[in-house]
Design a protein around this ligand. Structure first.
Ligand SMILES: [Fe+2]
Length: 381
């Protein structure tokens, strides 16, 4: 198994028989209230490097875009400059969040033709954009809520990101190694009763397949519950868990998200790291806050037995609040940040895989109890 296969759980796949071949993630595009400061935060706290920029200085009058990278992961952070920018209305409604899960594909036209034939709403038709570095071909289709997938073929392009952007390097000089290497998965929250519809969308329109399924009691707690199914592209580099609220004694955390995001959207982004302990230590030192894991989680004999041997003593995980889950293929270590912005919506997960291709099913209950303690503190439970 190569390092990359291990890191994000890749499998062998033959693109030639795939109706909608996907190479991998292109970028996660955020709309935020203050792109200048969000870009600073992602550099200073998460160790990302600034690679490119567009804004008034480059001829884009109404908004600024900062392109940041850590390993294979690319984020584009956008914020309005002009009060009349369409980004203002988007941010007004949703707060900080992901507007575009852009995917790299080898053939934009082939994917769009398949998607259109299978009922997709095409937002942007296939088109070329060129500058002195070459040509990018792209198109976009709608997914849940106001979220979209831009499909990008950048095989003929050698610039810093896209035509219209200029190279810009980071002013932050980190001494430490990269804190994460890739995007592992991106989770969407959708309304009650809509999860299967979006699973069908990814299967029928984008050629994804079901990967794992968690329903009902798997992830119910005393107070709230959700249902979750996972779809993935052919090689499993792109993995989309989809959650919907389930009926519990109190309001589901998914309902809280849907209320504060004003509809379906991206709930969390899992960032793959080869050393979650070092990453968590570095992030804590920069003031990043994580959900707390109760000591009872580590002391529960049943859980201890199921976890078995992991690469570090359990005490090292407990000290940092890192969760462990094991399945038939191996184990994974994971931890979740608190919401990144003001609304209780989007957050990050950090994940270190050791063979497991799962998503931490065994941790859902422990995690949700931790989330609910915070939800209760906000008066939303
Ligand atoms: Fe996750």
């Amino acid at each position: 198994m190569t390092i990359e296969q291990q890191l994000v759980g890749l499998i062998e796949h033959d693109d030639s028989v795939d109706p909608f071949p996907v190479i991998g993630w292109d970028a996660l595009v955020w709309v935020v209230g203050n792109a200048t400061q969000s870009a600073h935060f992602l550099q200073s706290a998460f160790g990302m490097r600034l690679e490119a920029y567009s804004g008034p200085e480059t001829g884009i009058r109404d908004h600024k875009s900062f392109v940041l990278r850590s390993g294979a992961a690319r984020f584009v952070v956008q914020g309005a400059v002009d009060p009349d920018s369409p980004l203002v209305a988007h941010h007004d409604r949703h707060g900080d969040g992901i507007v575009d899960i852009a995917l790299e594909v080898p053939d934009v036209d082939r994917c769009i033709a398949w998607a259109r034939d299978h009922g997709a709403r095409i937002l942007v038709e296939p088109h070329d954009e060129s500058d002195e570095f070459g040509t990018v071909r792209s198109a976009a289709l709608a997914t849940y809520g106001d979220t979209r997938h831009t499909l990008v073929d950048r095989s003929g392009y050698y610039g810093p990101y896209m035509p219209g952007y200029v190279a810009r390097t980071s002013t932050h000089q980190r001494r430490t190694a990269r804190l994460f290497q890739a995007i592992d998965h991106v989770v969407g929250n959708v309304e009650l009763g809509m999860m299967d519809r979006w699973v069908d969308f990814y299967r029928n329109v984008m050629g994804f397949t079901n990967m794992a399924e968690f329903v009902g009691d798997d992830i119910a707690t005393e107070y709230s519950a959700l249902m979750s199914k996972v779809v993935a592209n052919g090689n499993h580099r792109v993995k989309f868990p989809l959650n919907e609220p389930a009926v519990g004694r109190k309001r589901s955390q998914i309902d809280e998200y849907l209320e504060f995001y004003r509809g379906p959207g991206v709930q969390h982004i899992a960032l793959a790291t080869g050393d979650i302990l070092a990453t968590v230590d570095a992030l804590r030192a920069e003031g990043v806050e994580f959900l707390q894991t109760p000591d009872t989680y580590y002391e529960d004999p049943e859980l201890r037995a199921r976890i078995g041997r992991v690469r570090v003593p359990v005490g090292e995980l407990q000290r940092r609040g890192i969760l462990v889950d094991r399945d038939e293929d191996g184990y994974l270590l994971q931890i979740f940040t608190r919401p990144l912005a003001d609304r209780p919506t989007v957050f990050f997960e950090l994940i270190e895989r050791h063979g497991s291709l799962g998503f931490g099913k065994g941790n859902f209950k422990a995690l949700f109890q931790a989330i609910e303690r915070e939800q209760e503190a906000r008066g939303n439970l």
